[in-house]
Structures are given as C-alpha cells and as structure tokens.
Write a protein of this length. Structure first.
Lengths: 332, 341, 281
C-alpha cells in the first residue's frame, strides 16, 4: 500500500489556512468576541497613549521646573521662565464665575420645569434647551465678541465699577480699566454655555423623585415651595451636584469661546474686569508658535495639568450621578 | 440589505474620489507673519491665477508660528519679521535662508474718542506706556508733545500681541534701543515677551480689532492694517528728533542707510535708523526658506515664485502701503536664489 | 401656628415660585435672543458668493467659504470612518460580550476619553498624526475628530443594544442562531435606530470643534487636494475671521456660524425624530 493510496482513502481533513479560518468564522462566536475585544482594548491603548504622550512630551518642562511650575506666576518665553499659576487662576476664576451664575439660574429653571410647568410645556422647553446644549463653542465665542463684550464695556462694566468700586474688599474685584474683555466676560459666556447642562440633568433628576415624597410633605402642611426646597431638592441633591460637576468639567476645558473674550494676558489680577488667560486658551494661542523645546514642553505640561483636573472632576461627577440613580438619594 | 450596502459603498467611493483630486497640482504650505499678510495673500492669489497648478497656502499665524513650523518641518517655508538669531540658526537641523520681501512700518494706533488728529509720540512716551509707567492719556509726556490737542484723563488701554509675533519683535527692538528701562525690565527684542501691562490680540488682525472696538486704547500694528481699517495712527519721534508719520518715503529712507551694506544673509534691523526723514519703526520682513529642498517640483515652484516676487510682485507693494525693496537688495537676492538646491 | 408666620410662608412660597418662573423665562429668552441674533446676522450675510467662492486676499470683499464648507464635510467623513466603527464594535463588546472587570475598565476609559478637553486631544493628534509625517493634513484633523467621536458612540451603542429586549435574543437563539449571528441579524437591526442617532449626534458634536483642528488640519485658502493637505473648516474660519478687524470678514463669520449651527441643529433634530419613531418589536 502506498502512502498516496492511504491518504486518498481517508476523508481529507480541512486544510489549515483560509478555508479553515472561514469555516470557524461562520460559527465564530469566539471570533466575534475576539474582534470586539481587540477594538475595545484599542480604546484602552489609545487613552494610555494619550497620557503617555502628554507625560513624555512635557518632560523638559517638568524636569526644569518641578513642582514650582504650579506656583510660578511668570510666563516669560523670552527668558524661558514658565509658570502655570496665572492660567490655573484664570481657569478657576472663570469657571467659578460661570457656576455662580449658572447654578442658581439653572437649578431655579429646572425646578420650574419639573415642578410647576405643565408637562407639555416642560417637555417642549427642555427639548429646546437640549438643542442649545449642542451649539458649538466657537459660535458662543462669536456671540461673545459681538454681544457680550460691548455690553460689558459700555453697560455692565462701568455700572459695576460705579456701584462696587468704592466698597472695601469687594471693590478690588471691580477695579481698573474696563476693557470689555476679561475674567467676568469669559465667566458670563461660560455660564451661558453650561446652563443648558445644569437645567437638563437637574430637571431629569428632579422628575425621578417619587411623588410620595412631595405628597407627604404637602400632607404635613408644607407650602409648594417648602415641599420642593426642603424635600424634593435634597432628595435629588447628589444628582444635582453631579450635574454641577459636569458643568464645571465642561467649563474648565472650554477653549474657543474663552479665548475670544478673555483678553489674553498672562497675569493674575484680583479685578474681575481685568484680562487674563486660562490653561486652554493659552495652549490654543501659543501652541503653533512655541519656538523652543522648553516652551512647547511647558505648554504640553499645561495640557497635562488640565487633563488631570478634568479627570478628577469627571470621576467625582460620575460617582455622584451613579449614587443618585442607585440609591435614590437621601431620604428627607 | 444588499442595496443599502451598495449605496454605502458608492458613497464611500464617491467621497474617496473627491479626496483624490487633480494630482498634478503643486501644493506649497507656508505659515508665519501677519505683518505682511495683506500683500502675501495678494501675491499668492495673483501668482495662482497666473500659474493655476501651483497653490501656495499661506496661513498668517504670526512670525513665531512661522519659525516654529519651519523648524518642525511641517511647512515648506516660513515667514517672519524677526530674523533668526545665530543661536536659532545653529540649533536648526538644516540651513535656512532669509529672503526679504517688502519693507513695512509698525505704527502706534489709538482709539481716543474726540481725538481725530495725528498724535506725536516721543520715544519715552511709547516706552512709558508699554511699561505701564504712563497710565493716562493726559500724562505730561504726551501733552507736552501735543500742544493744542485735548487729551482726556482716561486710563490708557494698552494692546499688545498675544501670539509670537515679528511685529512685536520690531516694536520691542525699537523700545529696547531707545529705552534702557525697557531693555532692563523686559529684555531685548523678541517675538514673545512678558508684557508688563495690557491685553493681547491674536495677530495684527486681532490687535487692530481690539483697538478699533476699545475706546482709549493704543496698539502697534503694521501700517496697512491701520489704513485698511481707518484707525488713526500717530507720528513717532525718530533718532534725529523729528516726528515722522509712517509712509513709503519714511520707510524707504530708513532702509536706505543700511541697504548698501546689507549682509549676505539679509539679516538686518533698521529700527531707529539715522536720517532726518527716516521712520524709526520700520523693518524688512523675510521669507524663511530651507537651503535644500528635496522635492524638485516644489523647489522649482519656490524659486520661480521668488523671481516673480522680486520683479512683478514688487509692483503691488505700494498699493498696499508697503515700500519696495531697494534695488541693491533685489539684485543681491536674485543672485541668492541660486543658493536654494 | 401664628397668622403672621403663615402669611410669611405663603408669601415666601409665592415669591420663590415666581422667581423660578422668572429664572426659567429669563434663561430661555436669553438663549433664544442669542440664537435669534445669530440667525439674523447670519441670514443677512449669507449669499451665493459665500457658498461658492474661495477666500479673497485680505481687504477685498466678495470672498466666500466654499472650501471650508467642503472641508468640514471631508473632516466629518474622516472622523466617521475612523471613529464610528471603533465606537460601534466597542459598544457591541460592552453590551454583548465580556465579564465584569474588563468591560468596567473599558467603560471607565471611554468616559475618561469623553471628558478630555478637546484642546488636549488636539495636542495628542498633533504628536500622533502631524509630527511623524511633518505636515498638517486633513487626515490629522480627521484623527483628532475621530478620537472625539469614539466615546460618544460607545456609550450610545451600548445603551441602545442593552435596550433590546432579551426575548428577541432568546427567540433567535432558540431558532439555532449562534450568538454572533443573533447580534448581527437580530439585535443590531433592532437597535439600529438608536445607534444611528448616536452616531449622528456624535458627528454633530465634533462638527463644531475648533481647538483640535488648529494644529492638525490647520487651514487652507484654497481647495485641499486629497487627504494629506491642510484643509479649511468652518469653525476655524469663524475663529480667524471673528477676531480680525475687517467688517466683510465679520459678516462671513456670521454666515459661517449660521451654516454650522444649521448643520448641528438639523442633525440633532433629525436624531430626535428618528428616536421618536415607534420602535420595532
């Protein structure tokens, strides 16, 4: 018996290679699992690569300045001395102003939409507000330059200086030449941008508060407002806080609208009417022209700082929102 | 299901086809100074109309940007009003040639409600304003030089560049030459400095926009931006003590003193030039071109453009209030074109 | 309870509730006034020139943004091609396969990516897609936008896949289909409405992004050839023109803002309408 005859007699097993691969693919749950797993892992790889690039490319600056980078108030490309303090200040101040304006207004609006307005009106308005949340940042910048800045310069700024300029302590917030651009303007534009987020998330959270809670409060003799403020809102407190954190995270990373109205001055100034800069606006302005490796490295380190800040805040926000969804908030 | 897939693939093919347009176009990418942007955009547009297969895409992101992107190799050539220093040339990984294109002037513009006449600015006035030492329009340094003009007691809103700028370089070069205090506090001429006061605008465009919209402001921009936007600009005191308003003759006079002995690499500063009629804040602006260009088509296109620029291009200068290059410089440059290989 | 206290409480009730109404009214009217201003200014500036011409040299009127409109579309196409499949497949993985720890990490990472400021993504895309090849390109811009599209798509895909009732899956499996086949032929089509809207919304979101394009796609005064050249886009042009002093450029910026806004809002409206359709099964 020859070897050839033996082989012909047997049934030919599937050849390895393309045909076998295709055969498995047809029944290939494992393949599908593998493909989607690899793609999902790709996201992990991508994000790790992002952090890695930020870390590595900021090496020069980190080595040169160390922790002092956070406190140095000077940003001097001419003498190669870079400090992030003015931009951290600018980022915090503009975001704080944005929240101070947007949270009360947003929460009040959300309360109105969830508690008082008839359902159809509430749905309609919140649909429109959701659309507004989709408006791109550069358009808010455009509106900022041509509406808010002249308004600040001609109306709001002088009024603020006039009213508060002389008051001790508070007065230093409203001092100095009135440019129209500055921290306050940027804060106002940011507030307009984040208010839709606060309204839509808060409204949804408020709507999930069980009716029994409201009715129990009313049954005990509370007025509508008392039931809302003392029972419903606290119940939704963690979710609302989550929306505030989300809005904050958005405001911190906001680039274009801020760049166009903040005045671009790398200085710390107690006056809200003074020009400044945020981390994001500095990177946007100077990245393509940073002559010198240390300069570029310092800008990338700024990017790393911004990344870390938003990372922490987003984490907190997620925890808060999940806590509300799971536990239904704290009992009244 | 099959039909949907077919439609999708057709769309993909169509869009892919859009992507692969005329492949024989020579695309040159350049970036840099905003100072000469009005004339550059005119030149590149006219040149493209005459040579429809060559597109020179110039982005005015500031001289700092031009230098940066050239050194990083992401553009084919750069443009800057600040010539590269010896250190920068040494650090660059390849040899870079400077080619002057036009002569321009940096003017102090202002927006003072009620004041429409030309203001006289002494050297000390400009340095003082930008150092933050002079804060009000009716400061003696300004009123002394402008008798008969009613200057308000309002705060001066100082506008400077927020980006790395050759115009800033020219301005700070002038200030460093005329004010020891400026030189000590802020430093020598540079494209990016730590400004003691003021707000920043991006590009000549941004500064013009801010000055135009902000009352009681002062800024420094290239002459054409003031002219095109109808913003008043003042006279500056030159080295001979005369107040000169920027114009073609003043700029040409400033260049004349250095034109004959211009160094072979064309790097020269003409601020605070001697001469009674010289405008003190004038400057050349340069195209920064790598000495070695691998791509033959690009190299020929650049060389051809340079030749065109030195002959036909110069005709457009004066229409946009830039002065033409002195004849000696043109002659020297034409020879230097052959250095590009 | 004393009468005075009751009156106080009732008064407070009235005042505070009215204030919430005022706040809501105020916020909504400010937002709409702003949009109205944009639509008015944009509408009056929109012209045939704007839609069909290339930019003109500085100081000359009559230029347009035809290349920027096409540029934005090209960039969105690239973002879609690069980002949507990744988002889709990851969403499928999270909803259909996987245990507990690895999917948790993936989900967390996607959320993290979502929260990264767009300017930081721009820096990343610059070092990834511009530096190695030494030029700005539409492709690099597409990479930046594609990265931004991924987390949004992941989230919405997973959400809509999970919403498909288990009975559908079980039915298919009872008929002998493998898991893979169930997903491909039953689950995905059932969730397709939601998934497609998620993709549409993701693209609408990145259509307006400016910061990451500043140092990836750069910009172009001419038509951008192929995918390897710098390319103009609506958001970058709006930014460039808005901060300039030329009135003609301001008008063009408004028109561009209107076009961009129209694009974004129409996509959002379209997405919501698709979602509002009665679901299958």
């Amino acid at each position: 018996m020859s070897a050839a005859a033996t082989t012909f007699a047997q049934e030919a097993p599937p050849r390895s290679g393309p045909r076998a691969f295709l055969a498995r693919l047809k029944h290939g749950d494992e393949i599908a699992h593998l493909i989607t797993l690899i793609v999902a892992a790709g996201i992990l790889l991508l994000t790790s690569l992002l952090v890695y690039e930020l870390w590595v490319n900021s090496h020069l600056s980190r080595a040169q300045f160390g922790w002092m980078f956070f406190w140095t108030k000077v940003w001097d490309p001419n003498f190669d001395n870079f400090g992030a303090a003015p931009f951290i200040y600018g980022t915090l101040v503009t975001s704080a102003i944005a929240l101070l304006i947007a949270v009360p207004l947003g929460l009040a609006s959300a309360i109105f939409l969830s508690e008082l307005a008839p359902r159809t009106i509430s749905d309609g308005i919140s649909f429109l507000i959701d659309l507004l949340a989709a408006v791109p940042s550069v358009i808010y910048g455009l509106l900022g330059i041509f509406i808010v800045v002249p308004l600040m310069r001609t109306l709001i700024g002088p009024k603020l200086i006039h009213t508060f300029g002389g008051v001790p302590y508070v007065g230093s917030l409203f001092r100095g030449p009135n440019f129209g651009v500055g921290f306050l303007t940027a804060g106002i534009v940011l507030a307009i941008m984040v208010v839709p987020f606060i309204i839509s998330v808060s409204r949804e959270v408020l709507l999930t508060v069980p009716r029994e809670q409201r009715e129990a409060a009313l049954a005990l003799g509370a007025t509508r407002w008392e039931s809302t403020w003392k029972v419903v809102v606290p119940w939704a407190r963690t979710g609302i806080m989550g929306s505030v954190f989300l809005a904050l995270a958005r405001a911190l990373g906001e680039t274009m609208a801020v760049t166009m109205v903040i005045g671009n001055a790398a200085r710390i100034n107690p006056s809200l009417l003074a020009p400044g800069d945020t981390i994001a606006s500095t990177i946007a302005n100077q990245f393509t022209e940073a002559t010198g490796d240390l300069y570029l490295s310092a800008l990338i380190e700024l990017g790393l700082v911004l990344f870390l800040i938003t990372f922490i805040l987003n984490g907190l926000a997620r925890i808060l929102i999940v806590a509300t969804e799971r536990g239904g908030g704290r009992p009244a | 299901m099959r039909k949907n897939i077919l439609v999708v693939w057709l769309l993909v093919a169509l869009l892919g086809a859009i992507g692969l347009q005329a492949a024989d176009t020579i695309n040159l990418n350049a970036a840099g100074a905003t100072f000469p942007y009005p004339i550059y955009s005119k030149w590149f547009d006219v040149y493209h109309q005459q040579h429809s297969n060559i597109q020179i895409n110039y982005q005015s992101i500031g001289s700092g940007g031009g230098i940066r992107q050239l050194l990083a190799g992401t553009v084919d050539f750069g443009a800057s009003d600040a010539f590269l220093s010896d250190d920068q040339l040494k650090d660059a990984k390849f040899k870079i040639l400077h080619f002057p294109t036009v002569l321009g002037a940096v003017v102090p513009t202002y927006n003072i409600p009620g004041v429409s006449s030309d203001l006289n600015f002494t050297q000390r006035a400009l340095a003082g304003i930008y150092l933050g030492a002079i804060t009000k329009w009716n400061d003696p340094e300004l009123t002394k030089a402008n008798p008969g003009v009613k200057l308000p007691g309002d705060d001066i809103v100082v506008v400077h560049r927020s980006d790395g700028s050759g115009t800033s370089y020219i301005w700070t070069d002038f200030l460093a030459k005329v004010s020891p205090e400026w030189k000590g506090k802020v430093g020598n001429a540079a494209t990016s400095v730590n400004w003691p006061v003021g707000i920043g605008g991006k590009g000549n465009e941004g500064v013009s926009g801010l000055v135009k919209q902000t009352p009681n402001s002062v800024g420094y921009i290239e002459l054409i931006y003031a002219v095109q936007n109808n913003i008043p600009y003042g006279k500056v005191q030159n080295a001979a003590g005369k107040f000169i308003k920027a114009d073609l003759s003043g700029v040409t006079a400033a260049a004349a003193s250095k034109a004959k002995e211009i160094p072979d690499d064309f790097r020269v500063s003409i601020t605070n030039a001697p001469g009674a009629t010289a405008y003190p804040i004038a400057s050349f602006t340069w195209l920064l071109i790598p000495a070695q260009i691998q791509d033959g088509a690009k190299r020929d296109a650049i060389k051809d453009f340079l030749k065109w620029m030195l002959n036909d291009g110069q005709k457009y200068n004066e229409g946009l209030t830039y002065a033409q290059l002195p004849k000696e410089v043109i002659a020297k440059e034409t020879k230097a074109i052959s250095l590009i290989q | 309870m004393s009468g005075a206290r009751l009156i106080w409480r009732k008064g407070l009730n009235y005042v505070m509730l009215s204030l919430t109404g005022v706040a809501a009214f105020g916020v909504v009217s400010v937002l709409f006034l702003i949009l109205g201003y944009l639509i008015w200014n944009g509408g009056t500036s929109l012209s045939w020139n704007f839609l069909t011409q290339l930019p003109k040299p500085v100081g000359e009127t009559g230029g347009g943004m035809a290349n920027a409109i096409v540029g934005s579309l090209k960039l969105l196409f690239l973002a879609a091609v690069m980002g949507l499949p990744v988002g889709l497949l990851t969403g499928v993985y999270l909803a259909e396969f996987g245990g507990s720890t690895f999917p948790f990490i993936i989900r967390y990472t996607a959320d993290l990516l979502y929260g990264v400021p767009s300017i930081v993504i721009g820096i990343f895309a610059y070092s990834l897609a511009v530096l190695p090849v030494k030029h700005f390109s539409a492709l690099a811009g597409g990479v930046a936008l594609g990265i931004m599209v991924i987390p949004i798509t992941v989230r919405s895909t997973e959400e809509f896949l999970r919403a498909v009732p288990g009975s559908l899956r079980e039915g298919a499996m009872a008929l002998g289909a493998s898991k893979w086949k169930t997903i491909a032929t039953v689950v995905l089509p059932a969730a397709s409405g939601g998934i497609l809207t998620g993709m549409l919304l993701a693209l609408a979101r990145v259509a307006g992004e400016t910061a990451p394009l500043l140092f990836t796609a750069f910009s172009n005064r001419f038509w951008s050839q192929g995918w390897g050249q710098p390319i103009a886009s609506l958001p970058v042009m709006i930014y460039t023109y808005a901060i300039a002093p030329y009135d003609d450029w301001h008008r063009q910026a408004w028109a561009a803002g209107l076009v961009l806004l129209g694009l974004v809002l129409l996509s959002n409206l379209g997405a919501r309408l698709i979602l509002a359709r009665p679901k299958v099964g």
